[in-house]
Design a protein around this ligand. Structure first.
Ligand SMILES: [Zn+2]
Length: 393
């Protein structure tokens, strides 16, 4: 679901070029030979430079990650690809301060804080993470927090989906079958190979982030302790706090993201929100809330719609506006129209160009068009064109 993603993308550009700092807090015994070796490796791992961005290539994981992790995962750093941050946590080029290294259950756990400084007095923490190190042939290598924290969890395979959940969760096979059907329908509709999908179920959002290794992550807190995300690198889904969690439809729809790397974020978010709702409610619920808000705030001008991605903890307008544009594309030109909408590029200009070319809506007409549509859909409900019908399965 990636709620804070858009917010983050905005400020990333503000600090991307700032000097990256690496520090070790007072109180850590840097004379200890193990601590020294771990810090050396960690510093290299979190340092950001142009070459280092190539860490995403499989071979660069060697030297950092344990052999077992490299074998097990396509991209072993599951925390880095946590969907709430864009680009990834390490890709943000943040400063890092190590605050503790403790030995627990045979692992050396490195706790650190990722942050940036806007100036001398404004310090912005983005995440506090826990990364376990293991001593492998006299060399310290990273291991995965999620794997260690879920080692006693249950595992169940339903079709192409492998579910992972705590023993306190009552697994619902019927819902899981629905999820697998949806996965197969979507992969078939978009011509994607239906690879094995790992699917993790958590009690709530806090629990989700803690289990993958965060003590803190920007955007945490608030009343809505529910979230989910899709890790496109590893084909993993994470869902926390929802009813019927075996079928988190919104996140399953995100599996198409990999196939549309040239799509604007708003359309990819939109299609998930259109077919799968968000925050546990369908699109109609959110249409009503957004329309209500706009009626009460007549000064909002949607002609620069991309600047209006925020409402509150319970509705994200990105999914509403993006979803309506996807609906219009489907209505006008069917699945091929939608696929074309997802192909114009990722910049803001590409976004406006896509709605002009595909939907015939020019930038200065967005506000009037959107208000008219919101009014119509809030009285008559949006006539959703489902992926089930389109896939013919
Ligand atoms: Zn989403």
């Amino acid at each position: 679901m990636k709620t804070p993603l858009l917010l983050l993308s905005l400020f990333i550009t503000l600090f991307c070029c700032a000097q990256q700092q690496f520090q070790v807090n007072h109180g850590i015994d840097t004379s200890n030979v193990y601590t020294k070796a771990i810090l050396k490796k960690w510093k290299k791992y979190v340092s950001y430079d142009a070459d280092y961005l190539n860490r995403e290539a499989q071979q660069t994981f060697g030297g950092f990650w344990s052999e077992r992790m490299i074998k097990k995962y396509k991209y072993p750093d599951l925390l880095n690809y946590c969907g709430a941050l864009s680009p990834s946590l390490l890709g943000l080029g943040l400063s890092n301060k190590v605050i503790a290294i403790s030995k627990r259950n045979g692992f050396y756990w490195l706790k650190s804080i990722f942050y940036y400084a806007e100036n001398d007095s404004v310090f912005v923490p983005i995440a506090i993470t826990n990364y376990p190190f293991t001593n492998e042939n006299n060399d310290f290598r990273l291991h995965n927090t999620l794997l260690l924290n879920t080692s006693t969890w249950k595992k169940k395979t339903v079709g192409q989906i492998v579910y992972h959940y705590n023993s306190s969760h009552k697994f619902n096979s019927k819902t899981a079958f629905k999820a697998n059907s949806a996965y197969l329908q979507l992969t078939s509709l978009f011509g994607i190979k239906p690879e094995k999908l790992n699917y993790y179920i958590f009690e709530n959002c806090d629990n989700l982030y803690q289990t993958i290794g965060f003590d803190y992550r920007i955007g945490m807190g608030g009343e809505n302790n529910r979230c989910g995300y899709y890790d496109a690198k590893n084909n993993n889904i994470y869902t926390g706090g929802y009813e019927n969690p075996e079928f988190h439809e919104h996140e399953i729809i995100h599996i198409i993201n990999n196939s549309f790397s040239n799509a604007h974020d708003w359309f990819l978010a939109g299609i998930s929100g259109y077919w799968g709702g968000h925050f546990g409610k369908n699109l109609n619920y959110h249409i009503d809330r957004v329309y209500d808000y706009l009626k009460k705030n007549p000064d909002v001008n949607l002609n620069n719609i991309l600047a209006h991605s925020k409402l509150d903890d319970f509705t994200n307008p990105t999914y509403v506006y993006g979803g309506i544009f996807c609906h219009l594309a489907l209505q006008k030109n069917g699945i091929n129209g939608l696929k074309r909408l997802l192909s114009y590029g990722t910049s803001d200009d590409d976004f406006y160009n896509a709605i002009d070319k595909e939907l015939g809506i020019q930038e200065n007409e967005i506000h009037t068009t959107m208000m008219k549509l919101l009014e119509e859909y809030s009285t008559k409900k949006i006539p959703t064109i489902s992926y089930r019908d389109l896939s013919g399965k």
